[in-house]
Design a protein around this ligand. Structure first.
Ligand SMILES: [Zn+2]
Length: 255
């Protein structure tokens, strides 16, 4: 089988308010239009997992993901993707839906999250939803029973609301080691992190890397990535992250 590579794009909020977890609506629209025009296959995460299982993934593909379920997903992000035929997955921290972000590292003022009425309506329009725990903790800081309660609890709420258990998971802050991944894998087909890179054939389905779209706000840089010429830039960002990460707490700059 020939090699394949998938860019799993990571977004949080789409708004003009700034900060490392917001992308301006105009920039987001540029990124999505360039994706649609690039000819690279844009897959749902479910289809991606099925094609990977069957050994039939295209050489290059993209999956679009959003963490946290901010209200601006519904208002600013989904209309752009709907018009382009792009079907993303949104990972929800179930205790916070209909309220505001309230976990460590929140923006000021805290941003509102979608209510369940909107989640259910969007599911009917083709948006996928995944599990992002109940209360958005650092899973690696919890005892085993706490991990199970957060992972299985979030899955249970999503199953009740949407009629089917979620197949996909994203750990808060991208933090999950072997112990956490074992719990996640018992109930989910995939799990992503915030490790920067494209997913290739060697990647664990429960530790998939993603592409932080905050780094690709420049149109030429994004087009180069879509054209398969983004390797050197990703390597540079990884190096800068490693330097920064050594000097800061792991959740700084992550969600
Ligand atoms: Zn999050």
């Amino acid at each position: 089988m020939s090699g394949w590579a998938t860019s799993i794009l990571m977004y949080h909020s789409v708004s003009d308010r700034g900060g490392a977890t917001s992308i301006a609506p105009a920039v987001f629209a540029m990124q999505m239009r360039a994706l649609a025009q690039s000819g690279v296959s844009c897959l749902t995460l479910g289809d991606w997992a099925d094609l990977r299982g069957a050994g039939r993934l295209p050489a290059r593909s993209v999956v679009v993901t959003f963490d946290d379920g901010f209200a601006d997903f519904d208002q600013a992000a989904w209309p752009v993707m709907r018009d382009l035929g792009i079907r993303p997955i949104v990972y929800l921290p179930t205790d916070y839906m209909g309220g505001r972000e309230g976990w460590r590292g929140i923006a000021d003022p805290p941003r509102p999250l979608m209510g369940w009425d909107r989640v259910e309506a969007l599911a009917g329009q083709g948006v996928l939803f995944g599990n992002h725990t109940r209360s958005h903790p650092d899973l690696t800081a919890l005892p085993e029973a706490g991990i199970e309660a957060e992972v299985q609890g979030g899955a249970g709420v999503l199953a009740d609301r949407l009629g089917a258990a979620p197949a996909h998971f994203a750990p808060p802050y991208g933090l999950a080691g072997p112990r956490e991944r074992a719990v996640i894998a018992r109930a989910h087909v995939t799990s992503v992190g915030t490790r920067l890179g494209v997913a290739g054939q060697g990647d664990d389905l429960h530790d998939l890397p993603r592409i932080e779209m905050f780094y690709f706000q420049n149109p030429a840089r994004w087009q180069a990535h879509l054209a398969g010429r983004g390797g050197p830039y990703l390597a540079l960002r990884r190096t800068l992250r490693a330097v920064k990460g050594a000097a800061t707490k792991p959740w700084v700059g992550l969600k």
